[in-house]
Design a protein around this ligand. Sequence first.
Ligand SMILES: [Zn+2]
Length: 191
Amino acid sequence: MKNNAFENYLKDTGAILKGHFLLTSGLHSDTYIEKFRVLEYPLLTEKLCKAIAEHFQETKPHLVVGAATGGVIISHVVARLLTCRSIFAERENDRLTFRRGFKINPKERVLIVDDVLTTGSSLYELIDLVVKQEGMIVGIGVFIDRSGGRANFGIPYFPLLKLDIPVYRPEECPLCKQNVPLEVRGRTGKR
Ligand SMILES: [Zn+2]
């Protein structure tokens, strides 16, 4: 799927929401991307995962790691396409951790995947977790990078779609100044 086809799809399906949002990162934005408008379609999800799997095929990962919730699905599909293991991290007391007996053996080659990257803070947390278990990170693949190219991991990084969407610290947010009601989304939000 071409970049613009993916972007058009996001617009057509209402995945790109406009308003005033508190993001998981704590920042505010006038735009929220609802990744589940993509993930609710297995064939579309598979098509996107295939692009990530093909990009990193040569790095020969032993396992793919994602973070709950979206990363569980993406990691599983990418790992199936690469014929390797898939595990995921989830939040416990607000910190990403491996539960359910998931572990990485020292020097295992790890491909990290995620759905939407905003500031990269969750991904940095996931990288730390993998490094602590002595995994060797061979790459990071994400569906959408909305950071406007500000993310830099020092690791081979492959976003399928790059968007430049402004985010604001609460104290500098123009929407707060206009008293636009704030909507909470992401993991801190009520569903
Ligand atoms: Zn605001």
